[in-house]
Design a protein around this ligand. Structure first.
Ligand code: ATP
Length: 273
């Protein structure tokens, strides 16, 4: 499993050009790009560069995407792990994965560590949750806190973490010098959905009847991930029908399929009456 984890040290090819909408969030993360590219501009003035930034928002709103874009724009290596991967049944594994992740990032500075689903490990202590024993999860969380405190503010490692449950996070994680900066990502508005459609329509061979504005109008409440999904699904439907281009009707079929999937998922998640 270490071989699998090691592969995640990647150069990110994602740029801000791949991130549609999220105007405010982009402006805020641009500062992080600048910290990584021009640290001396800050340190010469005596400023401490922030170590931890928390990306907060509903599923599929682009938290992972924007973290990868920061790495791509700053051209620094990206070390990522999901909080659920830290959550292990075996004693000590979570903590050692945290240690290993930080060790690898510190060997390649400047660099970015991205921790997805940080709430899986960072849930407030003593509150239970999941199959893992509380002690073991606490060990992992304590290791994470130790690592965050263990490197100086200007060592060139910035930790980005994502969650859709900031309310359950242990307060210790949010203290100054840890994840003290928060960037909020919201579900896209109609105009933003249009921009996201434009990004995901780029690689497709489109018929003349496909209009991003119409697609945006017909997808209220959809996340960026849902939109990416619809675009790919439409192309698959068109290919199956042996069409030469992807048509508007393929997008409608794709949308119905994605909505169906969303409804099924919410039924599974909904508690039994
Ligand atoms: P989760 O909380 O479920 O992990 P997330 O917020 O990390 O979700 P991402 O994994 O970044 O969401 O988004 C999934 C995919 O959806 C992205 O790889 C991208 O293709 C698409 N996407 C999401 N938001 C945007 C956006 N703002 N612009 C363009 N594409 C987007």
């Amino acid at each position: 499993s270490t071989a699998k984890l090691a592969k995640k040290d990647t150069k990110s090819s994602v740029t801000f050009n791949d991130v549609a909408g999220l105007k405010e969030a982009k402006i805020e993360v641009m500062e992080v790009v600048d910290f990584l590219k021009n640290p001396e501009m800050y340190t010469e003035l005596g400023a401490k560069i922030p170590k931890g930034v928390l990306l907060v928002g509903p599923p599929g709103t682009g938290k992972t995407l924007i973290a990868k874009a920061v790495a791509g724009e700053a051209q620094v290596p990206f070390f990522s792990m999901s909080g659920s991967e830290f959550v292990e049944m075996f004693v000590g594994v979570g903590a050692s994965r945290v240690r290993d992740l930080f060790k690898r990032a510190k060997e390649k500075t400047p660099s970015i560590i991205f921790i997805d689903e940080i709430d899986a490990v960072g849930r407030s202590r003593g509150k239970g949750g999941g199959f893992q024993s509380n002690d073991e999860r606490e060990n992992t969380l304590n290791q994470l806190l130790t690592e965050l405190d263990g490197f100086g503010p200007n060592t060139g490692v910035i930790v980005l973490a994502a969650t859709n449950r900031p309310d359950v996070l242990d307060k210790a994680l949010l203290r100054p010098g840890r994840f003290d900066r928060h960037i909020y990502l919201e579900l896209p508005t109609k105009d933003e959905r249009e921009e996201i459609f434009k990004v995901h329509l780029r690689p497709l061979k489109l018929a003349g009847d496909v209009k991003p504005k119409d697609l945006a109008k017909l997808s209220p409440g959809f996340s960026g991930a849902d939109i990416a999904n619809i675009c790919n699904e439409a192309a698959l439907i068109a290919a199956r029908k042996k069409e030469k281009k992807v048509h508007s009707h393929d997008f409608m079929d794709a949308r119905d399929r994605v909505v169906g999937g969303m409804e099924r998922k919410s039924k599974i998640i909904a508690p039994k009456e």
